[in-house]
Design a protein around this ligand. Structure first.
Ligand code: PA5
Length: 428
């Protein structure tokens, strides 16, 4: 389902670049749960071990909820919303015409954004899915206050109860307590799955079910990836990618740009940035994960990519074989724009040709290594597959780097400063 093409990286065959024993040792460390952060490996078998009873209940609750609303406000930040949005956009596209619309709040402290969304929802039929593992995160916490109060004003306390769902820890945290006190339905984020690894848990699955997305396909895709990635060596495609990016880092490259040619993959890029950035950005080492959408970014950053500073960035290009929908380029009798030479082609053919030309220009003229990841399509199955595939890749990559890929101590420092400045009780 994902083929890794390293022919444009300048790397030799991987087994000539790295001692495969190292990869095997890390594979064993992951599966025997002996490495740093092993308490957070719940995602490793999740496509096989997820709670079927809770999954069935989510289906039932989501069906009932979806009949009552046109919009679901998904309130969460970081790992509590990025994967959901990535899935929704990748599978349904940017302008879905069927099902409940998902809109996102609590991922910003912007008053303008929040107030404008509140105004937009005034006369809409909506529900709320508030997602927070800790249950104490400021951004979703204050946004939830706003939208919960607004919904109660709109439909009354009793009806609001049927429209609000919380996804949080099974017993700890303010959100769990609040939801239980107010009688909101809750679903559980497992203790041993960190935020950025949680999209296949109720965090992502519940809102996606409400949207009408076939989540069974997502879980099947993840299971397929789990079954495909059993090899402990360099025949494992996720490890090929992990090793290649690690070798490029060791050559001095500082940034990896994930390049997509599909607009609906933009949030997959954002999800991937968190997965790799939060997992590896430790101890003063690691690649900066960035993301671009071509061809649009070729008209802004393209000049830099082609001729700017060399030796600091490489590209990882996602090449998608099948578009969800293809579109013919229309013919025009007058041909005033001179584009009739494209008239037998489709947009997808031109997009694929652009990719081939760009890779050639960047690699051969621009001396910019390109890893190419070949995906078949953009559907639920593929989303589940890529999530599990990148999760396995980041586990290997993080351990190759020598960091704990499953913690995020650095994100606490700004929070402490902010709480101190805001006068949070108990914070000095
Ligand atoms: O990956 C992570 O751990 C973070 O991005 C969290 O998901 C994010 O900070 C939100 O945390 P919480 O779900 O506890 O509100």
């Amino acid at each position: 389902m994902i083929n890794v093409d390293l022919s444009q990286t300048g790397l030799k065959a991987l087994d000539q670049e790295i001692d495969v024993t190292k990869v095997k040792q890390i594979h064993e460390m992951i599966f025997k749960k002996t490495g740093a952060g092993a308490d957070f490996l719940g995602w490793l078998d999740w496509p096989k071990t997820y709670d079927q009873k809770e999954y069935a209940l989510m289906k039932e609750v989501s069906r009932t909820l979806a009949k009552k609303i046109d919009y679901l406000v998904v309130i969460g930040i970081g790992g509590s919303y990025l994967g959901t949005r990535a899935a929704d956009e990748m599978i349904r596209g940017l302008h879905p015409v069927n099902g409940v619309n998902l809109i996102y709040a609590g991922n910003t402290i912007s008053s303008t954004f929040t107030a404008q969304l509140k105004e937009f929802l005034k006369d809409k039929k909506y529900g709320i899915c508030v997602v927070s593992k800790s249950g104490t995160t400021t951004e979703p916490g204050i946004a939830f206050r706003v939208f919960e109060q607004e919904l109660v004003t709109q439909v009354g306390e009793q009806k609001a109860k049927e429209l609000i769902i919380a996804v949080t820890d099974k017993s700890k945290g303010a959100l769990k307590q609040l939801a239980d006190n107010k009688g909101y339905q809750t679903f559980t984020i497992p203790d041993d799955i960190g935020g950025r690894f949680s999209v296949l848990t109720p965090v992502g699955i519940f809102p996606l079910m409400v949207a009408g997305i076939n989540t069974d396909e997502i879980m099947q895709g993840a299971l397929q990836a789990l079954n495909d990635l059993t090899a402990p060596d360099l025949t494992n495609s996720a490890y090929q990618y992990a090793v290649a990016r690690n070798l490029l880092l060791n050559q001095g490259y500082k940034t990896e740009a994930l390049v997509n040619y599909e607009m609906q993959m933009q949030m997959v890029g954002e999800w991937w940035k968190q997965l790799f950035g939060e997992s590896e950005g430790k101890d003063g080492k690691s690649l900066l994960p960035s993301a671009m959408i071509y061809s649009t970014d070729l008209h802004s950053l393209g000049q830099w990519v082609q001729e700017g500073s060399r030796g600091i960035m490489f590209e990882t290009v996602i090449k998608i074989a099948q578009p969800n929908v293809d579109l013919k380029i229309p013919t025009d009798a007058d041909n005033l724009d001179g584009l009739n030479y494209l008239k037998e082609k489709t947009f997808h053919e031109v997009n694929q040709t652009a990719l081939t030309g760009v890779v050639d220009a960047h690699v051969n003229n621009g001396k910019m290594p390109n890893i190419i990841l070949e995906f078949e399509k953009m559907d639920g199955f593929m989303f589940g597959y890529l999530v599990y595939w990148f999760e396995r890749a980041v586990a290997m990559s993080g351990y190759l780097l020598g960091v704990n890929p499953f913690n995020q101590p650095g994100v606490e420092i700004y929070k402490h400063n902010m709480f101190k400045l805001l006068g949070k009780p108990g914070v000095k």
